[in-house]
Design a protein around this ligand. Structure first.
Ligand code: KG4
Ligand code: ZN
Length: 338
């Protein structure tokens, strides 16, 4: 087909995301319902509550997006949904609605990899990156460096051997008494920190290779917090200083590995994607590094860094244009390497 109108559905975790992407006209409409307030009382996502809320919100959100785009359900040419990785119950809701709608409308349905969605989200912006590029995927569950030669042409260059960068942010937030999700809150607190009050390690940067490890940094943060508490010095200022030292260590570590990946591949384009790519200090650090290599950094607008329906509509549209579609089986894969 020349052009396709694709409905994208994201329900892998705690955000219900829906969008309509037209392969000719671009993104027509998108909407997100965040469950953050619901899970905040528990300090993290409660899977069963997440599934139930996706059930409540998903279809109304689909109809809202269709109306905002000035379309009807009948205009839809295909449906893409997140098939994994993620919470299995939450994934099942998106998959069920996608397949039910697809069956009712007689259009193809395709399960999309959540991280491919993140990876391609910067393509929704003006001046999108051309292939090939190096991508740094930094979310709550993943920290990966990937060489991208085209849609579906991904070569893993390195990844975290333990915690993801976002996970480290979330755990640091907890230690500092901040609410879930911690990333943005640690970043906000770090603004008030005094630089170099603490110096945190840059894990695995003194060794060759492109893998990451963030669990040691987490322990280092915990020890620093405990030492401050024991000394009766766990003030708001000390918390801010720790937040800044932690953030600086993560940013430095990611920047060193990205520079290495650019040098190793000879690529001049770096794409950053996933929730942590919204981090301002990370963006600034990578841009400074890239300038020296005469490379360019690409990222999505903040609302498309974290989970959203637009990235799934986009990734699904690219694959469906190439003729891909699934059978009638609902696919939900909690653990799924890209
Ligand atoms: O991509 P995402 O929305 O969900 C997953 O697929 O995991 O990423 C969520 C992660 C969380 O760990 C959150 O704390 C982190 O991204 N995050 C941030 C920022 N915004 C979100 N981390 C650091 N700085 C931010 N501004
Ligand atoms: Zn995500």
């Amino acid at each position: 087909p020349d052009s396709m109108l694709i409905l994208g559905i994201e329900t892998s975790c705690d955000e219900t995301g829906v969008a309509l992407f037209d392969t000719d006209r671009g993104l027509l409409a998108h909407a997100l319902f965040s469950q953050i307030d619901m899970h905040a009382d528990y300090g993290g996502v409660v899977p069963e509550l997440a599934s139930r809320d996706h059930v409540r919100k998903l279809l109304p959100l689909c109809d809202q997006v269709i109306a905002e785009a000035g379309c009807t359900r009948k205009d839809i040419d295909g449906i893409a949904y997140t098939a994994g990785p993620g919470l299995v119950g939450a994934l099942m809701v998106g998959g069920s609605v996608a397949h039910a709608l697809g069956f009712a409308l007689g259009v193809p349905v395709l399960g999309v990899h959540h991280m491919e969605g993140h990876l391609l989200a910067p393509m929704l912006e003006d001046n999108p990156p051309a292939f090939p590029f190096v991508a740094l995927l930094v979310s709550g569950g993943h920290t990966q460096l990937v060489r991208v030669d085209g849609i579906g042409e991904y070569e893993m260059l390195g990844e975290s051997v333990d915690d993801a960068a976002g996970e480290a942010f979330d755990k640091t937030a907890k230690m500092l008494g901040l609410d879930y999700p911690g990333g943005p809150r640690v970043a906000a607190l770090a603004e008030k920190g005094v630089p170099d009050r603490y110096r945190f390690p840059r894990p695995m940067t003194d060794r060759p290779g492109l893998d990451f490890s963030f669990s040691g940094l987490k322990t280092y943060t915990l020890n620093t917090v405990n030492a401050a508490i024991d000394a009766g010095e766990f003030s708001e200022q000390v918390k801010a200083d720790i937040a800044l030292a932690f953030e600086a260590a993560v940013v430095d570590t990611l920047t060193i590995k990205c520079r290495r990946a650019l040098e190793q591949t000879g690529c001049r384009r770096l794409v950053i994607a996933g929730g942590v790519s919204a981090n301002k200090r990370l963006r600034a650090g990578l841009e400074k590094m890239a300038r020296k290599l005469q490379a360019h950094v690409f990222y999505a607008r903040p609302e498309f860094c974290t989970d959203n329906g637009a990235m799934i509509a986009y990734a699904g549209a690219q694959r469906m244009l190439a003729g891909q579609q699934d059978g009638e089986r609902i696919v939900a894969v909690p653990r799924w390497p890209m």
